[in-house]
Design a binder for this molecule. Sequence first.
Ligand code: CUA
Length: 179
Amino acid sequence: MHSGIVAPKGVWWKPAGPQEKIWVTIAFIWCMVLFAMMPLWHFRGGQNPAGTRSRVEPQRYVERVNKFVNDYKVGTEAGLPVVKPPPGAEVYLLGRMWQWYPVLQLEQGASYTLHLSSQDLNHGFSLYPLNVNFQVVPGYDYGLKVTPNVAGDFRILCNEYCGIGHHTMVGKIVVTPKS
Ligand code: CUA
């Protein structure tokens, strides 16, 4: 009789040969190496963003952005406020369906803390034509230390699909040359 709980009669399996043992051992050691790399890379890896992370209610973040805009607004462009914070300032950028708010004007060589968060859902901050990518997540405020070293006009493209207007979600950062 065959059953899942009654062992079949006779020798129905073969002991693992030396080669199989070697390969299982190598695979196991490699698994352990990869497993150890995860925490190691988290604490020692250079890919971790050098900034602050904190939780924030999306509505609270919107209030911070609005205060930032009121404090440093210098003009308007295509219906969006243009904001020029002083060097060293906390800079607040908001991602939402489907715009980056506001337009930022930064100074070449000056350092800022660039805060990123979303009002609604996940967006992706990518700075064109530079290779800067960052997830913009509602409920989290990421403060990145930035020092723009190249003057010019930069576009912020959303690189996380966020709905019907995703492809129109383009923002702007202007870096003015050192005077
Ligand atoms: Cu925001 Cu795609």
